[in-house]
Write a protein that binds this ligand. Structure first.
Ligand code: AMP
Length: 218
């Protein structure tokens, strides 16, 4: 299974990637997670990226594509992967195509999470993330068993700096102006599969599994 999850912030890409990776034993590759890790480790690339992330803007293509091509080269991705939050520009999509061509691991599908703006705002303002394992929770939709503590690793849950309303609105604008064109890009390549990002986790998971079966992926 080789997938790209495409959609606005708050569409549920990260949550769905967590569930899909557990079920299908494939690798979850999130550029957002990789960048936040670089920020935590005070890596040079993290310090450069942080300024963009805090403003809700995209980190420059060169930084992100270098990060992802290295990850694809250095990790065994032969049993499958889910790319979450990458690509986000046409340039990134073209570089991804080249890297996957070299590896002879073409994409099976690009899942586009069509999502309403009020769903996005509700999700992102209530999102809490585990500092240790990156698992996503939500104060009302996916509450942890114990407040502030990750169900899976016991790590501390926190609210991302860019999940404040003003930054969320900026991220939605950035998505509309820079990422949305990838819908056409992947439609032309006959890879796009639409799913409803407004559905709750399990309902969307079932819908996706149905789509995978119909396309012969599972
Ligand atoms: P995410 O966790 O996917 O919402 O990403 C959080 C932030 O990381 C984004 O708002 C961007 O600043 C940055 N980021 C993540 N992925 C990319 C990407 N593919 N291209 C550029 N910036 C990215």
């Amino acid at each position: 299974m080789r997938l790209v999850l495409l959609g606005p912030p708050g569409a549920g890409k990260g949550t769905q990637a967590n569930v899909l990776c557990k079920e299908f034993k494939v690798l979850h590759i999130s550029t957002g997670d990789l960048l936040r890790e670089a920020v935590r480790n005070k890596a040079a690339v993290g310090l450069e990226a942080k300024a963009y992330m805090d403003k809700g803007e995209l980190v420059p293509d060169e930084i992100v594509t270098k990060m992802i091509t290295e990850k694809l080269k250095d990790t065994d991705v032969s049993s499958g992967f889910i790319l979450d939050g990458f690509p986000r520009t046409k340039r990134q999509a073209e570089i991804l195509d080249k890297a996957l061509e070299t590896l002879r691991l073409p994409l099976d599908m690009v899942v586009y999470f069509e999502t309403k703006e009020d769903t996005i705002l509700r999700r992102l303002t209530g999102r809490r993330v585990c500092r240790k394992c990156g698992y996503n929770f939500h104060v009302t939709n996916i509450p942890p068993k114990k407040e502030g503590v990750c169900d899976y690793c016991g790590g501390e849950l926190y609210q991302r700096d860019d999940d404040k309303e003003v930054t969320i609105r900026k991220r939605i604008d950035v998505y509309n102006n820079q990422t949305k064109e990838l819908i056409d890009y992947y439609t032309e390549k006959k890879l796009l599969h639409k799913a409803s990002g407004d559905l709750e986790v399990n309902a969307l998971f079932s819908e996706l599994k149905k789509g995978f079966k119909e396309s012969g992926m599972i």
